[in-house]
Design a protein around this ligand. Structure first.
Ligand SMILES: Cc1ncc(COP(=O)(O)O)c(C=O)c1O
Length: 401
């Protein structure tokens, strides 16, 4: 409210935090403007050009004059294509009525929370985990409750910790496999336990699967939706952002229990109205013609993972976990330095932009997130510099005991 001639931000804004990746990116850009070459390892977007076929169908759609509002839920062609894709990829049967199209995955997370969670209810989310979860849970007036991923066990969910945190106010759990920031995936057993806990406690599951196509070592994605016939309490979220390097297109979708579709569509109608039709056509083409694109991108990511891992794992003072999916390393610093201080130090002294682990939650403290969405050449140079920085700091600060 404006009480004087000074404009005050509303209290609700204090419930959300600035995204750490954007603030590090800001500092890195400032250094770049002063002429420095910065190695960008903070970014969470594939450095590939989207499939050419998708770009062409976007242009063709524009030329056909598809420049108007469309149905808020998304165009039928795209929703039908998603039904086919889900049958092929996740082996689940869904209907176009359950599919809702949004500008990327993020609005779908917000809108499902707004639609399904009441103020004061508790929502479980992974820690370390994607940084928007906590902000968005807070934003809708719910209570964010972190559950621990165990670093000494490949970032598996600590199921005892999770069970202990559930009470009669807990109505929803967010899961994210493959995970940002850990690059790890949940096992069938873990996912089955989540299903059981959700059933026993009458909870909704929001499964954020935006990294579902970026797996290494020939592993295939396992979705929680595939482990049960009863998906009435599951919201599946996926997007074109990571899978087809289409971050800037802003295109994602949710597969919702039918009861929730109307609520989410109302939110869309009253906010962004619809995703532009030409963007949705690019999505139809990506789904129907993008498999080759995905395999070559994943192959490139795997080569980078292996070559960078070979360097990072030799650094004394850094404990590295080999990611099974996505495009992040989440190593633990074994020197006496907070990860935030280290992130500032490598940016200023070694021109490497990366993210401090605590930006991903309390259990991320002491870790750093290194994205391998950059060229192999840059990554190899950056990994060597990280080694040099740790060597130097080890002497100055000493190894953690
Ligand atoms: C786990 C996770 N979910 C959602 C998103 C947001 O995706 P989009 O760009 O499609 O909104 C990201 C982006 O980094 C992510 O890492």
């Amino acid at each position: 409210m404006i009480k004087s001639n000074k404009i005050l931000t509303a209290e609700i804004i204090d419930r959300i935090e600035e995204s750490a990746s954007f603030s590090v990116l800001g500092k890195a850009k400032e250094l770049e403007r002063s002429g420095e070459k910065i190695f960008h390892l903070e970014i969470g977007e594939p450095d590939f050009t989207p499939p050419e076929e998708s770009i062409n169908s976007l242009i063709e759609s524009l030329k056909r004059g598809e420049t108007h509002y469309t149905a808020a839920q998304g165009i039928p062609e795209l929703r039908r294509e998603i039904v086919k894709y889900e049958k092929r990829f996740r082996h689940i049967d869904i209907t176009p009525e359950q599919v809702v199209i949004t500008p990327g995955a993020k609005p779908m997370i917000l809108f499902t929370l707004l639609s399904a969670v009441n103020p004061g209810e508790k929502v479980l989310y992974p820690d370390p985990g994607y940084l928007s979860y906590k902000s968005l849970i807070n934003f809708v007036g719910a209570v964010p409750v972190p559950y621990k991923l165990k670093k000494d066990k490949n970032f598996e969910i600590d199921l005892d910790d999770l069970r202990a945190r559930v009470d009669n106010k807990t109505t929803c759990i967010i899961i994210n496999s493959p995970s940002n920031p850990t690059g790890m995936v949940h096992s069938k057993e873990e996912l089955k336990e989540i299903l059981a806990i959700a059933k026993e406690n009458n909870m909704l599951i929001i499964s954020d699967e935006v990294y579902s196509r970026i797996y290494f070592d020939g592993q295939k994605h396992l979705s929680i939706t595939n482990l049960t016939e009863d998906r009435s309490n599951i919201i599946l979220i996926d997007a074109f952002s990571k899978t087809y390097a289409m971050t800037g297109f802003r295109l994602g979708y949710g597969i919702l229990p039918v009861e929730l579709v109307g609520a989410v569509v109302k939110l869309i109608q009253n906010s962004f109205s619809c995703v532009p039709e030409f963007i949705q056509h690019a999505g139809v083409t990506a789904l129907s013609q993008g498999e080759m694109f995905i395999s070559s991108m994943v192959k490139a990511f795997e080569e980078r993972r292996d070559k960078v891992y070979a360097i990072l794992s030799q650094i004394d003072g850094l404990k590295v976990f080999k990611p099974a999916a996505a495009f992040y390393f989440f190593p633990e610093l074994q020197i006496n330095i907070e990860s935030r201080e280290y992130a500032e130090y490598v940016l200023n002294n070694y021109k490497i932009a990366l993210l401090p682990g605590e930006a991903f939650g309390t259990y991320g403290r002491g870790h750093i997130r290194i994205s391998f969405a950059n060229s192999l050449e840059n990554l190899l140079e950056a990994a060597t510099r990280i080694g040099d920085s740790i060597d130097k700091l080890k002497k100055e600060k000493g190894i953690k005991t």
